[in-house]
Design a protein around this ligand. Structure first.
Ligand code: DX5
Ligand code: ZN
Length: 216
């Protein structure tokens, strides 16, 4: 199956965001990835509801919203109302993850859980059957353009086995340091969705990079 590609707009040109969204609309991308950061869960602040609301007005791809925030339960409904199709919460930010996943689904969005590089895949053993997607961080969350963490390959293999053993159709999304080389290896290990920020937006022709990732 061809890769699914989710360009992260964290690396987009915010002086011309509409132009970058149009590029994504015309590209082979499958989702638009939004990195929401609160400056508490991660040491950076990015953007929030107003950006999602405005992009939703012109977006022709589902919005894949990655919440790098504490206490995400408070913001599930506002982000779904703003236009999110997929909501990813961090395992490390949820005291009652099963309840949070049910809350996301109750608003009609796809439920996804993200694991930081240090968090073992095994923690999802008892909830994998409830998830539409798992996002594995291949960098420490908070910034684009970081170096890919090699241990991610091992985690993809483990997660792929866990999902297959559970007869689940949960997708595996990878986020951070994705390029042609890491992307190809990740897909070979069983990943489904590649998030790419700097690799896409630092390129001369971002649309070509997206197509290249699709055809890995
Ligand atoms: C980092 C974000 C990633 C990041 C990816 O916290 O979750 O989505 O934007 O950036 P690149 O692809 O530049 O590593
Ligand atoms: Zn992300």
């Amino acid at each position: 199956m061809r890769a699914l590609v989710a360009p992260s707009i964290l690396s987009a040109d915010f002086n011309n965001l509409g132009k970058d969204i149009e590029m994504i609309n015309q590209s082979e991308a499958d989702y638009i990835h939004f990195d929401v950061m609160d400056g508490v869960f991660v040491p950076n602040i990015s953007f929030g509801i107003p950006v999602i609301e405005h992009v939703k007005k012109i977006a022709k791809k589902p919005l894949d919203v990655h919440l790098m925030i504490v206490d995400p339960d408070k913001f599930i409904e506002p982000f779904v109302n703003a236009g999110a199709s997929i909501i990813t919460v961090h395992y490390e930010a949820c005291r009652h993850l099963h309840r949070t996943v049910q809350l996301i689904k109750s608003f009609g969005a796809k439920a996804s859980v993200c694991l930081n590089p240090h968090t073992p895949v095994a923690v999802l053993e008892d909830i994998i059957g409830d998830l539409d997607m798992v996002l594995l961080m291949s960098v420490n969350p908070g910034f684009g353009g970081q170096k890919f963490i090699e241990n991610t390959y091992r985690k993809v293999t483990q997660l792929r086995k866990m999902i297959d053993d559970a007869n689940s159709d949960c997708k595996i999304e990878i986020d951070g340091g994705v390029n042609y080389e890491t992307g190809k290896k990740l897909l070979d290990k069983g990943a489904d969705v590649l998030v790419a920020g700097s690799f896409v937006f630092s390129a001369e022709n971002p649309k070509e990079i997206i197509s290249g990732l699709k055809s890995l």
